[in-house]
Design a protein around this ligand. Structure first.
Ligand SMILES: Nc1ncnc2c1ncn2[C@@H]1O[C@H](COP(=O)(O)OP(=O)(O)OP(=O)(O)O)[C@@H](O)[C@H]1O
Ligand SMILES: [Mg+2]
Length: 200
């Protein structure tokens, strides 16, 4: 039996904090994005890792709703990055799909991402090994399909809800401060749960 561990790793050297949540449906993934938005502020970088159809864009859609930005978040077919301006006082959302980005940061710079970073929340799909240099403090979400046995090719199956396990790791001082850790604990507690900071 594996207990859902949501404690910070014991290693003191790299400042990280991890929570894990199980998200049972696409709608709940969207809700998770909305709830995550409440923890974000200008300058934050969020990296999303997971196979095709894992739910990265679905979470980002909710995140855009939570931030209150203009335009529906979609999978950018042509554009690599899309800026969603804020409707109110909050930060813009910069949504990057780095899937077709070969060159990493060099190409990212052409997108002027580093200019918008301090004022925006930047969410990057498929950014592993490409965008880490943009920010030492970052939130890394890894999406897994625990029931993915017979989907070896892992086609994107629309419709049917199936659970996803999302492992959220906060890196750097920004995400290991007591208030950030408390916020992540609430996120890990799941929708409907109150501020039930279950310790570290
Ligand atoms: N628990 C779940 N969480 C999120 N999406 C789910 C869930 N169960 C089923 N789905 C479905 O899986 C699909 C997820 O698609 P989405 O575009 O969010 O994936 P993605 O990770 O962004 O893929 P890509 O790498 O192609 O951009 C949607 O069709 C959604 O309805
Ligand atoms: Mg996507």
């Amino acid at each position: 039996m594996e207990a859902p561990h949501s404690q910070a790793p014991a290693d003191p050297s790299p400042a990280t904090h991890t929570v894990r949540l199980t998200v049972d449906s696409a709608e709940l993934m969207r809700e998770t994005g909305r709830r995550l938005a409440a923890l974000l502020r200008p300058g934050d970088l969020v990296m999303l890792t997971g196979e095709l159809g894992a739910g990265k864009t679905t979470l980002t859609r909710g995140l855009g709703e939570g931030l209150g930005v203009r335009g529906a978040v979609t999978s950018p077919t042509f554009a690599i990055a899309r800026v969603h301006p804020p409707l109110g006082d909050g930060p813009a959302l910069v949504h990057v799909d780095a899937y077709r980005l070969g060159g990493g940061l060099d190409e990212m710079e052409d997108l002027d991402l580093d200019i918008s970073l301090p004022e925006s929340v930047t969410v990057v799909e498929w950014g592993d090994g490409k965008v880490e240099e943009l920010a030492e403090d970052r939130l890394h979400l890894v999406f897994d399909r625990p029931l993915g046995d017979d989907t070896a090719g892992s086609a994107v199956d629309d419709g049917g809800d199936e659970p996803r396990v999302v492992t959220v790791t906060g890196l750097g001082e920004r995400w290991t401060s007591p208030s950030a850790v408390a916020g992540l604990a609430v996120l890990g507690a799941g929708p409907g749960e109150g501020a039930d900071g279950s310790g570290s």
